[in-house]
Every structure is written in C-alpha cells, then in structure tokens.
Design a protein around this ligand. Structure first.
Ligand code: 13P
Length: 283
C-alpha cells in the first residue's frame, strides 16, 4: 500500500527504531526491495533522486512502475514513494502531482531564511495532497547525483527555527555523514543529534548511512534518528556481484540473467539493514 511517511516515522521515533529508505535506480531494484521488505514485514521508503527519476523516464514512469509492482507482487507492507533531494519547489510539485507520497525539499544551500521560505512553500502545497515533507539543514557532504560538497554541520537553533516555521514532518540535519564512500572514519556529532531531537521533537533522518558502522547506526537511533538512507552500499554490493558473474560467464548476454546475478547479495544487504534498524517485523 502506498502511504506517506508520517505514521511510519512517528511510530519509529516513539519505539526507537528506524525506517529504511532504499534508493531505487531501476525496476529490478524496486522489485528486490519490495520483495525483501515484504518477507521481513518492514515498512519501507523508496527514495528516488531527480537524476534517477530522469534515468527511469520521469516521475510518472516511476510512480506507475512502483504502483504496478505493489499490485502485481501482492505487497501488503506500507510503502512510501519519496523524492530524494528535491532541489526546488517545482521538482517537489511535479513529484506530488503525479502521486509521490513524500518529498524532500533540500534548500540547504540557501541562507536559513530562504531555506525556511522555500521549505514552507513545499509544505503548504504538499499538505493539500497529504504528502509528507522532509527538509535538510546544514550540508550533508559527499556526492549526490554528481554534485560534490563539503559537510556543514547543522546548528541547533537553525533546526528549531526551520521546524517551527515550516511544520515539516521530518528533518535531515547534517551531522557528519556524507553521501557515497567515506574517506576515513565517519564522525557523527551524537551530542548535537540528541539536542536537536529533544528541542525539535520530530523524526530525524540520517543521510549517507552507507558505510556507517553498525554501532554508530544504533547510537544514532537512540538519539532520535527514525529514518536512514541507503544507496551506495546497494550499488557496490550489486555491481561487485554482477562484475564477477560477467567475468566468469563471458558468453551470457541475456540481461535478465546479468541483472539477476546481483539479486541475492542485494537482498541480503536490504535484510541486514532492516534487522540493524529494528524495522523488520513492524507490520
Ligand atoms: P548513501 O549513498 O551514502 O548510502 O546515501 C544515500 C542517501 O543519503 C540518499 O539521500
């Protein structure tokens, strides 16, 4: 069932576990994620970046593909279809208009007052369609859709203002995580995370969760993280397996066999994350 993220994140926050957002890049990955989450009875968020949506054909294609897979695969768990890092009002509006149930507006490159203004505009529009909204503050580092940036830690007071002024449903404060592969050890600001949780009282989101040690993920969940985002670990796991399959099977050319070669490794990563975050068996 397609739903927004409000209830799943509220419950995760109250019961101290985290919902997984797995990013999708094609039909097969979407099917792998839905099937594995259904087996594990875990509510899930399918994250789609603007670049990934363009790659797949556009928001409309993605929405219809996800809706059809839920139906054809008899998926019963709650599934949210979420725009990841919507860069402006227009891209969030386009996703909402075709049926996405959740959007992230990432206006974090702007000064606080502008971030608030853009985020509020998205929230006002989204609320009419019962779509949930996530916003970012500070700057999560690393590479996303080909854009590279340095970490800029979120300030507690800015988080409070953004939440109060906009009425968002969840907040992604930059606290040391990066998108993509970590150079060195991740260094998360756990004290600030807890302070932001206590002062804003909304579900917090950890971007760039690939490569963060399990103990840090658990610490983060205890300090208010109710959603973690995973993309790179799935990409590395799947592509490593497919590369090795192609090397050992140079005569295979059926794309179904090639893509499928990464299925069980991919699904294992999904399962590990569901167990780690405590979101398995919540439905
Ligand atoms: P990773 O690619 O580092 O897993 O991050 C995913 C993410 O945060 C998507 O917004």
């Amino acid at each position: 069932m397609l739903v927004n993220t409000r209830d799943m994140l509220k419950r995760a926050k109250e019961e101290k576990y985290a919902i997984c957002q797995f990013n999708i890049n094609n039909l097969e990955w979407t099917r792998f994620i839905l099937e594995e989450c259904e087996i594990n009875k875990a509510p899930v968020i399918l994250g789609v970046s603007y670049g990934a949506s363009k790659y797949m054909g556009g928001f409309n294609t993605v929405f219809n593909m996800v809706e059809a897979l839920i139906k054809d695969l008899n998926i019963t768990i709650p599934v949210a279809l979420h725009l990841d890092h919507g860069v402006d009002f227009q891209s969030c509006k386009e996703a909402i208009d075709v049926g996405f149930t959740s959007v992230m507006i990432d206006a974090s490159k702007n000064p606080l007052n502008k971030n608030i203004e853009i985020t509020k505009k998205v929230v006002d529009y989204a609320k009419t369609f019962d779509v949930s909204v996530e916003a970012e503050i500070g700057h999560i580092g690393g590479e996303e859709d080909g854009i590279t940036g340095n970490i800029l830690y979120a300030e507690v007071e800015d988080c409070i203002s953004l939440v109060k002024e906009t009425n968002i449903d969840s907040l992604a404060p930059a606290l040391g995580s990066v998108h993509g592969i970590y150079k060195g050890e991740p260094n998360l600001e756990f004290n600030r995370m807890l302070e932001i949780k206590e002062k804003t009282n909304i579900p917090l989101v950890l971007h760039g969760a690939s490569g963060i040690p399990e103990s840090d993920i658990q610490k983060a969940i205890n300090r208010g993280i109710a959603k973690i985002n995973i993309n790179t670990e799935l990409q590395i796991g799947w592509s490593t397996e497919v590369r090795s399959f192609l090397n050992s099977n140079p005569n295979v050319y059926d794309p179904r066999l090639i893509i499928k070669a990464g299925e069980s490794v991919f699904k294992n990563i999904v399962k590990e994350k569901l167990i780690l975050t405590g979101s398995a068996n919540r439905f």
